[in-house]
Design a protein around this ligand. Structure first.
Ligand code: ZN
Length: 151
């Protein structure tokens, strides 16, 4: 099969690492051009080119999870968040801040039929956190009455 590919394509594949290296070097030497390109891209698309892959994965996850809040059905994508149904496992915590790597992991799991994730809107997500006392992990440690501040 690979013999049918055009020569340049085969060359490109066999030199992938060199090309990547070259691209990296070029970006380092042409920071201004890269920045300009990113700015233009953002004007057209509304987000930075680095985020493209991230959004692509995110939209695939949303698609699999039904594009709506699994509690109340709210479907405004701007407030929908991916929620780990059973709290966050160690594996997930490791990726917490590494955006697209974390999403890629979730997508792989979902494609393997994982039932661990759901979409929640921001409201339902915070309510769930209260119900499951997950908030203790952040600001409410040791303040038992803190919940009443929100009632
Ligand atoms: Zn909701």
């Amino acid at each position: 099969m690979s013999e049918n590919k055009p020569y340049w394509k085969r060359w490109q594949e066999s030199h992938r690492e060199q090309l990547r290296q070259y691209h990296r070097e070029w970006c380092k030497k042409n920071k201004d051009k890269v920045r300009q390109y990113a700015k233009k891209y953002q004007e057209i698309h509304g987000f930075l080119p680095q985020r493209k892959y991230y959004y692509k994965i995110k939209s695939q996850i949303f698609e699999i999870l039904g594009n709506k809040c699994s509690r109340c059905g709210f479907s405004d994508l701007r407030v929908l968040q991916i929620d780990h149904k059973f709290g966050k496992g160690n594996e997930d915590r490791k990726y917490k801040n590494a955006s697209y790597k974390y999403y890629r992991l979730i997508l792989e799991k979902l494609k393997a039929n994982s039932q661990d994730y759901q979409l929640l809107c921001a409201n339902c997500n915070i309510i769930k956190k209260f119900e499951e006392c997950e908030l203790n992990q952040w600001n409410y440690r040791g303040k038992k009455d803190a919940i009443f501040l929100h009632l």
